[in-house]
Write a protein that binds this ligand. Structure first.
Ligand code: GTP
Length: 660
């Protein structure tokens, strides 16, 4: 059964202080990333205070940029690659990982839990890249946190949860969430979903976590974004299970995995590639986090052995739960897109008659015998059409309809009311409560089928609308990705790969504001290549480009991690040095100068001497704006040219005058 956790219950659990939650640096990162005007420098400073997190962040960023560009080595670059939302959830995931490597719940294997969660995270990342199903970094975080509800139950109820786990080991055919529901009236899925929502993850992703263990019950349209996300997470979980499983179980789990992959149109060869990629990264991650892990299977051999084909077919559960009967006429042809109908009627004879008529017409019908059961069933199976009796015990039809219309799921259901009262006032009351149509009692079969046809027309129109909307969402997502790429291109200099002038100005503005707020120092350097025109004139523009690239590489490798270099003009660069005093900036400038000076370049047999002139300046209280700061650095560069080039100069006095 799929449940949602009552918000009061969740608030109580939260107030107990026993729910796993981020601490220390992760908490600071989460708070900082909630501010609109957070500067990269501030964020970098906080992140740097936790070297373990720095390592994981850089590793995650490299998983994403692998093979498309040079490796990410600094926190700042990792931040640019991953973006704030992903950094936020990663901080959260890794903080939980650090704080919960062990705990007091016997029988809960904390190491295996994290090793499995990491495998899900990596599988989500790789699958997201293949299926273009969302931002890989975001889906990595979702995978890492998908099972957090299990950890929370083990933390909240260590003794009882140990019993639940031992019962599950004794009866593996029972589902963990059913056992949890019996013991705690909540499952790891609904608790985990409530936690993720509370931490600010988008609803769509939280729904994927809540539903991924029973993706076939998600009720989403094949091909829609929610469908893909739920099935992706289900598949990632299967890949993780296979990575963690004993060799004896590999063949059967691989067969199940192939069935799951089919739902996402992933052919077996592609699936094996995905699994191999995930397993490689997983072993690396587990080793670096010192987590115990099994040897992953030889996926290619599993595919080749044919054992997968010989394994028993995987049962696909039906949308209606086993406890409640599903009625369908054997003679009825399978509809292209089957409709789900729910009959809520306390009169058993009438219910049976309705079900018989509907099943004969080829509809898939579920039933409930009172209003309360009807509400629960409707939220679970999300029917397209409901036939609801007005007068029922416990919760009457009107209460049921009002409760349903207040939910997102219930708003879209076509509701046909069964009533003995056809007086105007009563019917008006029913329509105002949210009824779409009514049917008088005693039942007239021809009238029932006419009214159902009208209902079906509305449902089909709604489905078409939903498909159109989905397409628009799909286009919008693609557009957002292209826009991001365009934006990157618009802010990057193609020759050197450095951010360009536009980016430099924006970034300077941000750092200027952060420095003004915090009172921390801010320095910058203006770099101008020396006699570059001569190189162009003597050896041509292409050779000039080549030299420019070589100088850019030298500058890049001599730069400190927190500094940002931008190409602001033809042969001019700006280096932003957040939280840096003038003296320290002069030292950095000298390192850059020396790096270029040491470059040896031979063009057309001529040995070129390459050098740069560097002007350095630090923000001072009397400077009115950042132009004043850049101008001061410019003056330094100009002075360096005047004094013979290949030197680092500041025109400020704080560092003891000009230096070269
Ligand atoms: N190859 C190449 N040359 C460029 C590019 N952008 C600007 N330039 C050249 O860079 C040269 C800059 O020359 P100047 O500003 O006179 O300066 P300089 O020769 O470096 O002399 P000083 O700055 O006084 O040391 C010009 O010849 C520009 O054409 C580019 O993208 N590629």
């Amino acid at each position: 059964m799929i449940h949602r956790l009552d918000s009061t219950r969740f608030e109580q659990l939260k107030a107990s202080g026993d729910l796993p939650s981020p601490r220390g640096v992760a908490l600071a990162i989460m708070r900082l990333t909630q501010q609109d005007d957070v500067s990269m420098a501030e964020l970098t400073r906080v992140i740097r205070s936790d070297p373990a997190f720095v390592g994981r962040l850089v590793k995650a960023a490299n998983g994403i940029v692998a093979m498309t560009r040079r490796p990410v080595v600094s926190v700042q670059e990792a931040l640019m690659v991953l973006g704030l939302p992903a950094v936020r959830t990663m901080a959260l995931g890794f903080s939980l990982l650090s704080d919960h490597r062990k705990g007091s719940c016997h029988g809960f294997d904390y190491q295996a839990f994290w090793a499995g969660s990491l495998a899900i995270a990596l599988a989500m990342q790789v699958l997201a890249q293949r299926k273009r199903a969302g931002a890989p970094d975001e889906l990595f975080s979702v995978g890492l946190l998908a099972r957090v509800g299990e950890l929370a139950l083990a933390t909240l109820y260590p003794g009882d949860y140990a019993q639940v786990l031992s019962e599950q080991r004794r009866y593996p055919e029972l589902r963990l969430s059913d056992l949890e529901h019996r013991a705690f009236a909540m499952t790891h899925l609904d608790l985990g979903a409530a936690m993720l929502l509370d931490w600010g993850l988008p609803g769509l992703l939280v729904d994927a976590v809540r539903l991924h263990e029973t993706p076939e019950r998600s009720g989403s349209l094949p091909g829609s974004r929610d469908y893909v996300l739920v099935h992706l997470l289900a598949l990632a979980t299967q890949i993780a299970e296979l990575c963690m499983a004993a060799a004896a179980d590999h063949a059967q789990l691989f067969a199940a995995l192939c069935a799951g992959a089919k739902r996402l149109d992933l052919v077996p060869g592609e699936l094996v590639n995905v699994c191999e990629q995930v397993a490689r990264q997983w072993v690396e991650w587990c080793d670096s986090l010192q987590l115990r892990h099994a040897a992953p299977p030889d996926f290619a051999a599993l595919l080749g052995s044919g054992e997968a084909a010989a394994a028993p077919p995987v049962a696909v559960p039906q949308p209606c739960s086993d406890a409640e009967p599903v009625h369908k006429s054997a003679a009825a042809p399978a509809a292209a897109e089957e409709l789900r109908i729910l009959v809520v009627e306390d009169d058993a004879a009438l219910r049976a008659q309705l079900i018989g008529l509907l099943a004969e017409a080829g509809q898939r019908v579920c039933e409930a015998a009172d209003g309360r059961a009807g509400l629960e069933r409707a939220l679970e199976m999300q029917p397209h059409i409901m036939l609801v009796d007005w007068a029922m015990p416990q919760m009457d039809g009107m209460e049921l309809i009002r409760a349903l219309r207040a939910t997102r799921v219930g708003r879209g259901i076509y509701i046909l009311l069964l009533t003995e009262h056809e007086e105007d006032e009563r019917l008006i009351e029913a329509f105002e409560a949210g009824v779409d149509d009514f049917l008088g009692k005693p039942l007239k079969p021809r009238l029932l089928s006419a009214r159902l046809r009208a209902g079906l027309r509305v449902v089909r129109l709604q489905q078409e609308l939903e498909r159109d909307r989905e397409e628009i969402r799909h286009f919008a997502a693609e557009l957002a990705v292209s826009n991001r790429r365009l934006q990157e291109v618009a802010l990057t200099d193609a020759l050197t790969g450095f951010p360009n002038r536009r980016y430099a100005i924006d970034r300077m503005q941000q750092e200027w504001q952060a420095a003004t707020r915090s009172g921390r120092p801010l320095s910058c350097m203006v770099i101008d290549l020396d006699d570059f025109k001569q190189i162009n004139d003597r050896h041509g523009h292409d050779a000039g480009d080549e030299v420019l690239r070589a100088i850019a590489d030298a500058l890049r490798s001599a730069l400190r991690g927190q500094d940002v270099i931008c190409r602001t003009g033809g042969d001019e660069f700006l280096v932003i040095c957040p939280e840096t005093e003038l003296n320290a900036a002069l030292v950095c400038g000298e390192r850059l100068r020396a790096a270029v000076d040491a470059l040896h370049r031979v063009v057309a047999g001529e040995h070129l001497r390459l050098s740069i002139s560097v002007g350095v300046a630090m923000r001072e209280a009397e400077m009115v704006d950042l132009d004043a700061l850049i101008k001061r650095a410019d003056q330094g560069a100009y002075r360096a040219k005047q004094q013979g080039r290949n030197r680092v100069i500041t025109v400020q006095h704080a560092a003891g005058g000009a230096r070269s």
